[in-house]
Design a protein around this ligand. Sequence first.
Ligand code: UD1
Length: 421
Amino acid sequence: MDEIIIKGGRSLKGEVIVGGAKNAALPILAASLLVGGRFTFHNVPVLKDIDSIKELLSNMGASVETDGHTVYIDTANLNCFEAPYEQVRKMRASILVLGPLLSRMKKARVSLPGGCAIGARPIDLHLNGLALLGADIRLEHGYVEAACKKMKGAEIYFDVPTVTGTENLMMAAVLAEGTTVLRNAAREPEIIALADTLNLMGADISGIGTAVITINGVTKLSPVTVSIIPDRIEAGTLMVAAALTKGDVRIKNCDPNHLQSIIHKLEKTGAAIEVFEDAVRVKGSHPIHSIDIKTMPYPGFPTDMQAQFMVLLSVANGFSVIAENIFENRFIHVSELCRMGADITISGNHAMIKGVSKLSGAPVMATDLRASASLILAGLVATGTTIVSRVYHLDRGYESLEKKLASLGATIKRVKAQKSS
Ligand code: UD1
């Protein structure tokens, strides 16, 4: 098992390129199940979660070839309509095959994902929506068994905006008879990217990027070639790294429109940010000002950036409060940050952060994807050495983060752990 070792204290400087968005690539690759034929996907990040979805599609009979950041998927011959427990357990987003399989094959068997480190994460809104579209849904032996004769358009209201739920329902509805309206739909850029891809395939989706998405069912879709949008969370993580280390970093190949809540909050902490068409330049300055943050569905502040901002606020002047409104257990990084000297108290879904003058390096354990990134950020400013173990969590969603940080001047390397942790 790999570990990442960081010697803190270096100010990051230079340019860095952001990769394709994991959370856009996952549903877009799953959309290839909707019609038989050869798809080409460019700018696909090289990540464990992408390996998982490719393996899932390949086990269903798709032919999958990878050439660097380009992935070719041919879904002409599917022979299996199942996402088994071993795969869904590794990656919850495997649930994204449910909508397209039902759409094209009229049946699917997908393991229930269960909870994960950051919360219970039910999929009731996915299943209720699919039932409204005409699917017969049964939960048997830990699996969702879904089948339908014909998918029919329906009015679907989400109690809360769900990202993968909106994506699953869009894919389930594109070939349905009649019109589907998704109300209180999620508005994340990754949903827009999926909807644009589906429309390129021949779907008729409007209201994209709003809370009311209308899908007029079509009878035919075609394979396409698409490029995956930049990863706003990777960009945001690198922006925080620059601000935290009092650095000066130009983060290239990102979409600043997707980063507005992050830019806004980072500026409030005192960082200077220049925005270009497809880049942002972040100059950190000290002292870092304390701020309050509430995580919200897009265009609000992303829960996927909460742990990284917490590190920044740990070394800010004064008190900050973070309210985590999306996932009920997304403060598991706090105890590790406190071991590094942070002063953070949790009460319900609020974290009270009292800024300290320094963090000190320590051996710490990654517990989930974004928590891993936060520990690496903490290591960048801590005195001495930080060793982050269980970095397989990081590899699910960041491509070579340590190499990107090293190219900006960080003293950071990946090593094989002496013994398993
Ligand atoms: C996606 C992202 C994840 C991000 C999250 C919130 C992907 C692959 N993952 O996860 O990185 O942190 O959005 O921005 O895109 N909920 C229900 N019932 C459901 C579905 C969701 O109650 O059927 C609740 C969840 O428990 C949570 C909220 O809705 O409280 C939002 O979750 P959701 O948007 O569905 O998250 P994911 O799509 O799993």
